[in-house]
Design a protein around this ligand. Structure first.
Ligand code: S6P
Ligand code: ZN
Length: 191
């Protein structure tokens, strides 16, 4: 017997109706932003919410899919835009599809095998394919919440450890009103 197959996107509240919600605030992203002084200064003023993800994780079999609705708020720490923690999938070959619903931003992708880094625009009307072995992080470069859906294999798993240890090589920062990708090391030297 099939269980529930449909769900309602409650875009007013930014959740999938009835699905569990994970909330991440600034304090959850210690070590992610390149400008540590700007991070500490912002945190001293409070712990703003950065994003929420509500997920439907029904079947757990090899062929099953899970999906989540992400809402990433606008803002910056120093010149670096608000972003998600970022992760690799525990089963490295597991790919993912992101579908942008609202707002403006991008995905930062980094191939664990080759080191290739790329930003792919993500926002209303954009779809991004995240290949296997690609660390992925979502970034809001606009003025309103970036809302998207990610669909991934049920057995993908989430590995946050590798990124927490070494972070992404690139950062997405605002330069003269535009979002650009710069080397994180370079970004640190410019402090
Ligand atoms: C799951 C998918 C997304 C992220 C979400 C939050 O595979 O990639 O639903 O979980 O964008 O990012 P993170 O890095 O905190 O899980
Ligand atoms: Zn993922």
């Amino acid at each position: 017997m099939w269980g529930e197959l449909g769900a309602r996107l409650d875009l007013e509240r930014g959740v999938i109706a009835g699905a569990p919600v994970v909330r991440r605030g600034l304090s959850d992203l210690r070590g992610c932003f390149a400008d540590a002084a700007a991070y500490d200064a912002a945190l001293a003023l409070g712990d703003p919410p950065l994003y929420t993800v509500s997920s439907v994780e029904a079947g757990g079999g090899g062929g099953d899919l899970h999906y989540g609705l992400g809402v990433l708020y606008p803002g910056r720490i120093g010149d670096e835009y608000f972003m998600t923690k970022g992760h690799l999938h525990s089963r490295r070959e597991a790919a993912e599809v992101y579908i942008g619903l609202r707002g403006e931003g991008c995905m930062l992708l980094e191939d664990e095998m080759t080191g290739e880094c790329r930003i792919e625009p993500l926002g209303a009307g954009r779809v991004v394919y995240v290949p296997g072995h690609a660390a992925h992080r979502t970034i809001n470069t606009g003025d309103v919440a970036l809302v998207y859906i990610g669909v991934y294999p049920a057995d993908a798993g989430h590995d946050y450890g590798a990124i927490a240890e070494r972070n992404f090589r690139m950062a997405v920062v605002e330069r003269e009103g535009r979002a650009v990708m710069v080397a994180r090391d370079e970004r640190n030297i410019q402090q």
